[in-house]
Design a protein around this ligand. Structure first.
Ligand code: ADP
Ligand code: MG
Length: 258
């Protein structure tokens, strides 16, 4: 990334308080429309939980925010930079967005420490010593400093997911995206990952989390987004969402999961 392209991205910044803005976003997979006219604004520091039935477009929505999926219509801004305005902005935004997947996606042939230092060294140009110091700090924060020299396969699922979170944090992201981070875990490991996410929320991280953990949503979310069939059907603070859902579709969903 050249300094001039950073400047170009910076010059298209708009409102500093807005972490994410989606305007009229349509996403098609062939002739199937996965996202339909999505409008969404997320403020800096806001915690958003995205829920909805399987296939409703939750993963697609958050994958569009770092362009793991391209969109066909509409505009997306992340941290005031327009993602949809060119490849150079995609690179800038990807450095600012951390993503945690259901299946951890750690590099299996690298140790925990190497997983955490790779991107900061390659993408941020950190020295090895500096990257390792940063990584050990984050491994401490997700409470697994003693696992630094192990390989992913030597860890439990909950530990691997905490490594994935630490790895994302090592890039100092402005925004963290979570796609069902606890869905692949044995029940006894769910809490340790949710506690890590809770810590992050309490530190003021801007977060978009796709999750079915409604207890977490109630405790942590500033707003809950309910999606169905590619649309945002309802957006509400947890108290309203759970006690006074407006949409019949939301009520049906909540009836099924509770
Ligand atoms: P969710 O995360 O809410 O379960 P997804 O965002 O993964 O839903 O998928 C939304 C819809 O888009 C689903 O019907 C799914 O089958 C479809 N879809 C997702 N990814 C692809 C793809 N790569 N190719 C074709 N269809 C896809
Ligand atoms: Mg999904």
């Amino acid at each position: 990334m050249s300094p001039s392209s950073n400047a170009a991205a910076a010059s298209s910044r708009s409102d500093d308080r807005v972490a994410v803005r989606m305007e009229g976003v349509d996403k098609w997979f062939g002739d199937f429309q996965a996202l339909k006219g999505i409008d969404l604004e997320v403020a800096n520091g806001e915690r958003i939980v995205v829920c909805g039935p399987s296939g409703s477009g939750k993963s697609t929505l958050i994958r569009c925010l770092n362009r793991l999926e391209a969109i066909q219509q509409g505009r997306i801004f992340v941290d005031g930079i327009e993602l949809t305005a060119g490849a150079q902005n995609v690179e800038v935004i990807r450095r600012e967005v951390g993503m945690v997947f259901q299946q951890f996606n750690l590099f299996p042939h690298m140790t925990v420490l190497e997983n955490c230092t790779l991107a900061p060294m390659r993408v941020r140009g950190m020295s090895r010593a500096q990257a390792e110091q940063t990584a050990r700090g984050y491994l401490e924060r997700v409470r697994i400093p003693e696992q630094a020299d192990k390989y992913p396969a030597q860890l439990s699922g909950g530990e691997q997911q905490r490594v994935a979170i630490a790895r994302a944090l090592c890039m100092s992201p402005k925004l963290m995206l979570f796609d069902e981070p606890t869905s692949a875990l044995d029940p006894e490991m769910v809490k340790e990952v949710l506690d890590t996410m809770l810590d992050l929320a309490n530190e003021g991280m801007t977060m978009l989390c796709v999750t079915h953990e409604m207890g977490f949503a109630r405790r942590v979310a500033d707003r809950i987004i309910f999606m169905d069939r590619g649309e945002i059907v309802e957006v509400a603070p947890p108290a309203d969402f759970f006690e006074r859902p407006e949409s019949e579709r939301t009520r049906a969903f909540l009836g099924q999961i509770s």
